[in-house]
Structure formats: C-alpha cells, structure tokens
Write a protein that binds this ligand. Structure first.
Ligand code: FAD
Length: 298
C-alpha cells in the first residue's frame, strides 16, 4: 500500500525509522531491532540509505523487503541521489519494485566531504521527477522538509518554496527533520498552509538518549535546543539510565502536544532501539487509538 492511502484512512500516521547495520556487521543483526518493533504495530517503518552513492550494500531495499514481506508492515525505503548516475538510481528503483517495496523517501543526501562530482540528479526534485517518469505511479513518494530551515538554505521561507516544488514534482507526503521545540513546527505548518501546499507532513521526533549523539545531530541538522532540554542534558549526562528516561519523557511531551494540536503524523527516529520505541508507543497507546477511532477504515 502506498503511504498516501494511510493518510486518507487515518487521522494520525505513526511510523518508525531504522537504519541498516554497518556493512561489516551481518545483516541478520537487524532482526533483533525489527523483532522488538513489530508488535508495536507502527503504520510503516522507514529504512535509511547511505549518502554519496556509496550505497550500503543494497541493505536498505533488503531490509525494507523484510519489513514488508516477513513482518507484514508497510515499508518506506530512503533513497539518496547525490553522486549516483541515472542508471544506478533507476536500477535501485527496479530492485525495490521487484522486492515488493512501493514507497520511497526521495532525498538528495548530504554532500560528502571532498565531493567534486556533479551527479546527474542535483536535488531531490530531480529524483522525484525521475521516479515519476521512470515508474509512473508505482511508488508512493515522500520528501524531507525542515521546520528550522535546511543547513545550506537561506531561510525557512526558501525551504517552503522548495517543498512546494517537491510537491509539484510528485511527492505525496513529507517528513520533517527532527526538532526539539514544537513552535518551529507550528510556525512552519502555518507558512506551508499559506503557500497552498497540500501534502500531509509528519513530525520527526527523536528521543535523545546520550549527549554525544545529540551533539552530533545538532551539528548536522542545525536544530535549536530549548533551555528545558539543555537542562536535562546537563543534569543527567553522567547517568545513562536517567538521561534515557528523561529523553523519552521529553519526546513524549512533544508528541502529546503535537497530536493534541492536530499533527497529521509522527515519525519516530528509533535509533534501532526497541526499548525507546516501546516506551514511547505504549505510553501513547490510548491516545493513538482515540485519535484514529472515528476515521479508521481497516
Ligand atoms: P533537497 O531537497 O535537494 O535540498 C537540498 C538543498 O538544496 C536545500 O538547501 C535546498 O534549499 C536547496 N535546493 C533544493 N532544490 C533547490 C532549487 N530548485 N533551487 C535552489 N535551491 C534548491 N540522508 C541520507 O544520506 N540518508 C538518509 O536515509 C536520510 N534520511 C533523511 C530523512 C529525513 C526525514 C530527513 C529530514 C533527512 C534525511 N537525510 C538523509 C538527510 C538529507 O539527505 C539531507 O538533509 C540533505 O542535505 C538534503 O536532502 P533533501 O532531499 O532535503 O535535499
């Protein structure tokens, strides 16, 4: 099923993100993660993709196919285009199709350090257009968006213009970069609406569980850290369990606020940690049920 159908059926789409094991680890290690996630019944699970055309041993497609075919959960395969040729990208799409994966998150990817090649596909709109040209409507297409602005972009307004172009190129829905202050998301949604963008947007939420992880992520994404969040990091940075529990509590607070304010979806960055996904999902079980009660057809 294409994910756009889920948005028609549900008031709130709730999904997880996982990443493939390193190429040096056996692919089977992903089973521990998936076994821990499958009974939480997310609407779909997305699988990240290596940037710069270096691929990840085709593991994204392989894992997406396991999610779909072994666990019966809808899968979204991330796909980056920077550094890949048209033929390579078309090949990946065909492989996904052959494996029964029907949803792609179309991304440019981060430009690798020292990258000099131009690549045939320069941005995510090029990739979205290629998917539509090459595969028609066989894939549901998701795109990334940035409530606090993309690190290379001028400002949020420009990013919203770009999101409009992604929609016009054929994207069906969007997922945000992680954020820790919901106000950025609400301001972003207001502007998106003013621009006439129709596609549903899922809020990307990452429960933070260790300080190093967050410093790396903030450097990459440019996300702002609210004072309340910084206090948690400082207070518990030397107590692993306390930091994990405080990180989960903070994410839950964000999620409850987002759902109450009418967000169309939550995409949980699980960091392949079923404990975190379980703690969050079980805590909002009755909220998810209640919010979807009236609309759900299945
Ligand atoms: P684009 O939409 O192409 O935008 C890139 C930059 O170019 C932006 O600054 C944009 O403003 C500018 N731009 C785009 N089009 C135009 C235009 N027509 N005119 C002028 N400027 C333009 N990375 C991975 O490597 N693997 C993953 O699996 C992965 N998953 C992600 C999942 C989510 C939900 C998100 C939010 C990000 C993910 N990323 C992933 C990171 C992503 O690859 C980077 O943020 C990357 O730098 C931008 O990708 P994009 O698809 O948003 O790029």
């Amino acid at each position: 099923m294409q994910i756009k159908e889920l948005f028609k059926r549900k008031n709130l789409v709730f999904s997880f993100e996982v990443f493939p094991p390193k190429v040096t680890s056996p692919i089977g290690s992903i089973y521990d993660t998936l076994e821990g996630l499958q009974d939480l019944k997310p609407d779909y699970i997305s699988v990240t993709y290596g940037a710069g055309g270096n691929g990840n041993d085709n593991r994204t497609g392989e894992i997406a196919a396991i999610i779909k075919n072994k666990y019966g959960i809808e899968a979204l395969a991330h796909l980056t285009c920077i550094g890949s040729t048209l033929e390579q990208t078309k090949g990946v799409l065909q492989e996904l199709r052959d494996k029964g994966v029907h949803n792609v998150l179309a991304l440019r990817g981060d430009i690798p350090e020292g990258f000099e090649g131009k690549g045939e596909l320069k941005n995510s709109q090029d990739l979205i257009r290629l998917i539509r040209e090459d595969q028609g409507n066989r894939f549901g297409i998701a795109a990334a968006c940035y409530p606090e602005g993309h690190v290379e972009g001028k400002n949020v307004d420009q990013d919203i213009e770009i999101l409009k172009l992604k929609e016009e190129a054929g994207a069906d829905h969007a997922i945000t970069q992680l954020f820790f202050d919901n106000n950025y998301f609400y301001e972003f949604l207001n502007k998106v609406e003013e621009k006439g963008i129709q596609l549903p947007i899922q809020a990307g939420i990452m429960p933070v569980t260790n300080k190093k992880q967050i410093e790396r992520i903030v450097a990459l994404s440019g996300a702002n850290l609210p004072v309340k969040f910084k206090k948690i990091m400082e207070k518990y940075e030397h107590n692993k369990e306390a930091l994990r529990d405080a990180g989960i509590a903070y994410a839950l607070d964000q999620i409850v606020d987002l759902i109450s304010t009418g967000a169309r979806g939550i995409h949980l960055y699980t960091m392949n940690n079923p404990y975190i996904a379980r703690s969050v999902t079980e805590s909002i079980h009755s909220i998810l049920k209640s919010v979807n009660k009236e609309k759900e057809v299945v």
